[in-house]
Write a protein that binds this ligand. Sequence first.
Ligand SMILES: [Fe+2]
Length: 328
Amino acid sequence: MLHETPLILVAEDEEATRSLMGSMLENLGYQPLLTADGVEALEALEVERPDLVLSDVLMPRMNGIELCRTIKSNSETRLIPVVLVTGLGSTEDRVRGIEAGADDFLAKPFQLAELTARLRSLLRLKQFTDELVHAEEVIFSLALAVEAKDPYTRGHCQRLARFSVEAGKRMGLGEEELQALRRGGILHDIGKIGIPEAILLKAGPLTTEEIGVMRHHPLKGEQICKPLRTLAGTLPIIRHHHERMDGDGYPDKLKGEEIPLGARIIAAVDYFDALITDRPYRKALPQEEALRLLHGAVDTGHLDRDIVQIVTSIVHEVGEEWVAPLDN
Ligand SMILES: [Fe+2]
């Protein structure tokens, strides 16, 4: 649970900036905990559990990237959101920050309004993640809340769960694997909770940086679901649902059968479902055309051929019922 007055750990080596951040945070109603570098910040983390860490990137002794990586690799602290304060336009810092597991970035010099907005949304996320550790139901409602943020994907998660399980049954999978598929359908994109809506709902093409943020969602999702033991079998689906058969996917560039079967199933069903529903950039396609594109995605090395065959047979059987509203 969050502190009553959220505790924000600041790591900043420049004294003037540090005290400015301190007073800004106080004015916003937070409780700042000021440290001068990564080493001091880690020492503070031994005694305090802040609700968020706000760290400069360039600092002596231990920089912000290393600090972030250390926080994210410790099971005790990895759910604490980390915001890195980078120089303007330093794409390289951002890429390294994303790799280190940073939750968000602020470019220096930052505006108060921007700081306020980022902190508020990340603290909300932190509050959610704290609760998730105790309640699996919350995780599912969170996934549906992510889906609800995007009017174009309504019902997508339920369809994904339903038809992935159907595909799994036809492949002879056992109850445990089917359960993982059911959960994976609902939870696969839960990591999008951390993605700003400006990127999530952007109608035009994304910038390289935005693509980087977007591509972090499988890892973020895995991180959110990891504390729940019941979801252990679902984690590979969440992490690998954007891998491609030819190894060109993310986050691990797995190839062919290296990609967990459940993730390959979800990927194929997800692909088809996206085609037959409206998107910000195009209308829903007719089923036959969607099927043609689905098979095209096998030829381009994206999807698993056998699984696409099974999905095709399901589509032929259920027809328009695929997108019918579910009554459960
Ligand atoms: Fe996804």
